[in-house]
Design a protein around this ligand. Structure first.
Ligand code: NAD
Length: 253
């Protein structure tokens, strides 16, 4: 028995990183998975690997800023797998820079992908989930959505995702649709490769983490799995922080 037997999940930004780890784990646990991403070669490869491992997965090109792409993604879930029960809004980009360093173009790009992308995914998934009798939406925020940081547009976008999650939770609880946010800390993916490959920057990051290390994507995926499964049937509008204690306070040495 898989923990997601009977579920049909759509994961955005699933070609690599956290989204790929989530798609893999979901398929292992019995879900049928649609992987959406702008990276077509990597996305198809990830979906093929899931298939070779015995899972059911299909890749589709999805630019989360495009309404038409979301419509096609939800339609594919229903036509291929019969329904949509689960959405992970995972796609996101990081741009660093304080307020003065942030250009309007950079601001708009980050807000479009990180916030509008989550809004559109939610908007088009909800009617399908209602038809399925309920569902679970997991929005990928960050520790950057809980406190201030140097990446202005990113921090702002992740704060918006946190409250979009709560708005969705209060609006669609009556339909049996749950919505929660996940707040990863420092995870070893391409997004942070520049910082993690630089020994000084890596040491500075790790010094603020109670557990004293960076996490692997699979350690976030297991938490997203909980929110996607019926084990979290009474959890909605909540924030699951997966940061090794980073936001708990300064590590005691
Ligand atoms: P990543 O860069 O490895 O993966 C992000 C994926 O999103 C990529 O496959 C990329 O192609 C895709 N993507 C980007 N723009 C897209 C678009 N317009 N449409 C569809 N897909 C798009 O990074 P990751 O670390 O796996 O990040 C996943 C999520 O986790 C992001 O929302 C990120 O902000 C969040 N997050 C990451 C960390 C971390 O430490 N890595 C920490 C907190 C939050």
């Amino acid at each position: 028995m898989g923990r997601l037997d009977g579920k049909v999940a759509l994961v955005s930004g699933a070609a690599r990183g956290l989204g790929a780890a989530e798609a893999r784990l979901f398929a292992q646990e019995g879900a049928k998975v649609i992987l959406g991403d702008v990276l077509e070669v990597e996305g198809r490869r990830t979906a093929a690997e899931i298939g070779e491992a015995g899972g059911q997965a299909v890749f589709l090109k999805l630019d989360v800023t495009k309404e038409e792409d979301w419509k096609r993604a939800v339609d594919l879930a229903v036509s291929r797998f019969g329904k949509l029960t689960t959405l992970v809004n995972n796609a996101g980009i990081l741009r660093r820079g304080n307020v003065e360093e942030t250009s309007v173009e950079q601001w708009d790009l980050v807000m479009d992908i990180n916030v509008k992308g989550v809004f559109l995914g939610t908007k088009y998934a909800i009617p399908a989930m209602r038809k399925a009798g309920g569902g679970s939406i997991i929005n990928t925020s960050s520790v950057a959505g809980l406190r201030g940081g140097g990446a202005t547009a990113y921090t702002t976008s992740k704060g918006a995702v946190r409250l979009l999650t709560k708005a969705t939770a209060v609006q669609y609880g009556k339909d049996g649709i749950r919505c929660n946010s996940i707040h990863p800390g420092v995870i070893d993916t391409d997004m942070l490769a520049d910082a993690l490959n630089d020994p000084e920057r890596r040491a500075a990051l790790v010094s603020g983490i109670a557990l004293g290390r960076v996490a692997m994507p699979e350690e976030v995926a297991t938490c997203v799995l909980f929110l996607a499964s019926d084990e979290s049937s009474y959890v909605t509008g909540s924030e699951l922080v997966v940061d090794g204690g980073m936001t708990a306070g300064t590590p005691a040495r």
